[in-house]
Design a protein around this ligand. Structure first.
Ligand SMILES: Nc1nc2c(c(=O)[nH]1)N[C@H]1C(S)=C(S)[C@@H](COP(=O)(O)O)O[C@H]1N2
Ligand SMILES: [Mo]
Length: 186
């Protein structure tokens, strides 16, 4: 597919990789950091950063679409697939949605079925280097098939839920489904 065909409607290629967030870039204190998996699961998890880095890793090259109209193609992420975490936590049958919880109370939400796809990754590396703090170090979620407000930076945990729980932008007028190919912006 040509690059142009890989741009969803209304999107433009960004030359650089813009940095976009609400609020400040958080500090990382490894001693205080943990990644928690809670909610409707058999095995609650609380991992240190070292434990997270020791999980089976994956590398993926995917596209990235911000709802404000810029896209990046072929970003090479390294990290742990969402489904690897899910297989450790063992969600119960009632669990249908996930709340992604990041620093400063930023949250976003997605159905489990979408997160189980092979392109959804908790990333700690980008382009062969550790993620920079501005792009989400020490850990961010990447959900290529949705507008990037679903790709939470500075993630600290996830909760498996029965009902959907709209997140930061989803409760401020942005689309809950956020499919760039259908241009679901608001
Ligand atoms: N924690 C947190 N994650 C966030 C955001 C935010 O405000 N806070 N903004 C989102 C939005 S709208 C976009 S476009 C991407 C931008 O990622 P980047 O700064 O790495 O380009 O981060 C997403 N993740
Ligand atoms: Mo965005």
């Amino acid at each position: 597919m040509s690059k142009k065909d890989r741009l969803p409607p209304g999107q433009k290629l960004a030359d650089n990789f813009p940095i976009f967030q609400y609020g400040d870039v958080p500090e990382f204190d490894e001693k205080k950091w943990s990644f928690s998996v809670t909610g409707l699961i058999e095995k609650p998890l609380k991992l240190t950063y070292k434990e997270f880095l020791s999980l089976p890793s994956a590398e993926l090259t995917t596209d990235f679409h911000c709802v404000t109209g810029w896209s990046k193609l072929d970003l090479r992420w390294k990290g742990v697939l969402f489904k690897t975490i899910a297989s450790m936590a063992k969600p119960l049958k009632e669990a249908k949605f996930v709340e992604i919880i990041a620093e400063y109370g930023y949250t976003t939400n997605l159905p489990i079925t979408l997160l189980m796809d092979n392109d959804v990754i908790f990333a700690y590396g980008l382009e062969g280097k550790p993620l920079t703090r501005e792009h989400g170090f020490p850990l961010r979620l990447v959900v290529p098939k949705r507008y990037a407000y679903k790709s939470a930076k500075w993630v600290r945990g996830i909760a498996f839920l029965k009902e959907d729980r709209p997140g930061f932008w989803e409760t401020r007028g942005y689309s809950n489904s956020a499919d760039p190919w259908k241009e679901e912006r608001f």
